[in-house]
Design a protein around this ligand. Structure first.
Ligand code: ZN
Ligand code: ZN
Length: 350
């Protein structure tokens, strides 16, 4: 089999040939038909996440071994299954749930594998989808997407699930209050569509890039505001009808988190999703006095991915703009994403 791997952090992926694994036990081997290119792939390629104040979260220190195959938004066709992989037949098209935990601890048993303290995430701890084949440890991580084009289904495993998981944290207020969505790239456009399908009242998009604001308006945003405008906070509040209860920060930078906090009304909630990096300082008395909630949201559970696919089907949610490129263009696809020139999602096709 062929894969595009990180051999050294900070360098281009290298094409590598190795024997195609044969699945044992409950494992399932799929031929990859689509692999989404996610922003966090860039951080993993760089070898670290920026924690702010000069601090870094190093992938090597987190135990990542090289070479490593990226890719956590994967759709594939089953080619073989181990004897213990019950109920899975060759030929079916499946979306891979990649946020796999130990499956034994209380968190995993409660269905929140993405929060397991012993993660085995595909594309992060184990080989992912930037390859022509992928091994998935158990059929329960495979969701049938035979009715969806692979390129459209793949991004639901990360960008879709991440935005759905964040929108779910707003709770029933989503139908009552405006939601501010900072960042109108791939995640932002997905968030706008899901927000509507979840009966969201009014979504206000914020982005510094006029092309992305335009895309947000086309995707149904009530308003699209330039986050770099000097009066951005005032514009956001006005578009929200005065008070902002919920902000989802899909960027996660110092400036976007600050903009989010400054926009919130008393009792409001900032949900940080993006991993751009940095740090903010916060006046602690303002947390109680403004009764603010700061919440992080990391991808979503296996159950939420099933709910998300059901929502997509029920509401016939149109796909975000997808650009398909051959797998061998993985490096240029990553560079285009880094340059900020991607509208929607790039999906690699083997
Ligand atoms: Zn991702
Ligand atoms: Zn676990």
């Amino acid at each position: 089999m062929q894969s595009y791997d990180i051999v050294r952090f900070g360098e281009k992926l290298q094409e590598r040939e190795h024997p195609t694994p044969s699945p044992s036990g409950t494992e399932v081997l799929l031929r990859v038909t689509a692999a989404g290119v996610c922003h966090s792939d860039l951080h993993i390629l760089d070898g670290y996440f920026d924690l702010g104040g000069g601090k870094k979260l190093s992938m090597a220190e987190r135990g990542m071994k090289l070479p490593h195959t990226l890719g956590h938004e994967t759709v594939g066709t089953v080619v073989a299954a181990g004897p213990g992989a019950i109920g899975i037949a060759p030929g079916g098209s499946y979306l891979v749930y990649p946020w796999i935990g130990c499956s034994d601890c209380a968190i995993c048993q409660a269905g929140e594998e993405q929060l397991c303290l012993a993660p085995r995430f595909l594309g992060i701890h184990h080989s992912g989808g930037y390859a022509d084949h992928i091994v998935v440890p158990h059929p329960r991580y495979l969701l049938d997407v035979s009715d969806l084009p692979p390129g459209e289904a793949a991004p639901y495993a990360c960008s879709g699930l991440t935005t759905y998981g964040a929108l779910r944290k707003i709770g029933p207020a989503i139908e009552r209050d405006s939601v501010v969505i900072i960042g109108a790239g791939g995640l932002g456009l997905m968030a706008l569509q899901l927000h509507r399908a979840m009966n969201g009242r009014r979504a206000i998009a914020v982005d510094i890039d006029p092309a992305k604001r335009e895309a947000a308006t086309r995707a149904g945003a009530y308003a699209a505001i330039d986050g770099a405008a000097t009066d951005a906070v005032a514009q956001i509040k006005e578009a929200a009808g005065g008070q902002v209860w919920s902000v989802i920060d899909l960027v996660g930078s110092e400036t976007t988190a600050r903009l989010g906090i400054d926009s919130l009304t008393k009792g409001g909630k900032l949900i940080v999703v993006g991993l751009f990096g940095g740090a903010i300082s916060l006046s602690l008395p303002l947390l109680p006095q403004r009764a603010l909630t700061l919440q992080g949201s990391y991808v979503g559970s296996p159950g939420e991915l099933r709910e998300l696919l059901a929502l997509v089907r029920r509401h016939k949610i149109p796909s975000i703009p997808i650009r398909e490129r051959p797998l061998r263009e993985a490096n240029s696809a990553l560079e285009a994403l880094r340059a900020g020139s991607v509208i929607g999602r790039t999906v690699l096709r083997g």
